[in-house]
Design a protein around this ligand. Structure first.
Ligand code: ZN
Length: 177
């Protein structure tokens, strides 16, 4: 990305941080769930199982954030009011990167990328924040994402990178239309 796109400062209020964190986690739950279903349909149950795990993981994270929010009224932000550093929420998986023959290794690389950008997002908020409490909370969220990143890396280590012909299917599914 070019320097021209230098992000707006992520100097969030506590409620803004919580609402962004909620959206990040809920988007992740949604993406991982869709990926799990997609992989299951294609008979790739290894990848489906991994995405199921990630779905649960992110759902737990969302629940934790909701707990943290307690009875704080979260602002109801319109999509354009969200201040992401990119165009998409950090944990929103780029579905274009998904192939039905994708190996666990590739799926995990994709998830790792998302976890890394979520971590970077919270780190940026922590760094830009002028409010101690917000800074502290953002650091805590970044630490959670760092944990997810570590898990992804552990899993990636368990799965070898794909062969060059990973997308070769001797019996491709009929009628993609
Ligand atoms: Zn995560």
């Amino acid at each position: 990305m070019s320097k021209a796109g230098k992000k707006s400062s992520q100097n969030f209020t506590r409620a803004e941080l919580l609402v962004h964190a909620m959206v990040i986690e809920l988007e992740a739950v949604q993406s991982y769930k869709e990926l799990a279903e997609q992989m299951e349909q294609c008979g790739n149950s290894a990848v489906a199982g991994l995405f199921d795990k990630m779905t649960k993981l992110e759902a737990e994270h969302a629940a934790k954030i909701r707990d943290t929010a307690g009875d704080v009224e979260l602002p109801d932000l319109a999509p354009w009011e969200f201040r992401w550093s990119g165009l998409e929420p950090p944990e929103n998986i780029d579905l274009a990167g998904v192939h039905y023959l994708m190996t666990p290794h590739q799926a995990l690389e994709l998830a790792l990328e998302n976890e890394l950008s979520a971590m970077a997002f919270f780190e940026a908020v922590a760094q830009d924040s002028t409010d101690d409490e917000v800074c502290c909370l953002a650091r805590e969220f970044a630490a959670d994402e760092r944990q997810h990143v570590a898990w992804m890396k552990d899993w990636i280590a368990k799965y070898p990178p794909p062969d060059d012909d990973w997308d070769y299917d001797p019996d491709p599914p009929a009628a993609m239309a």
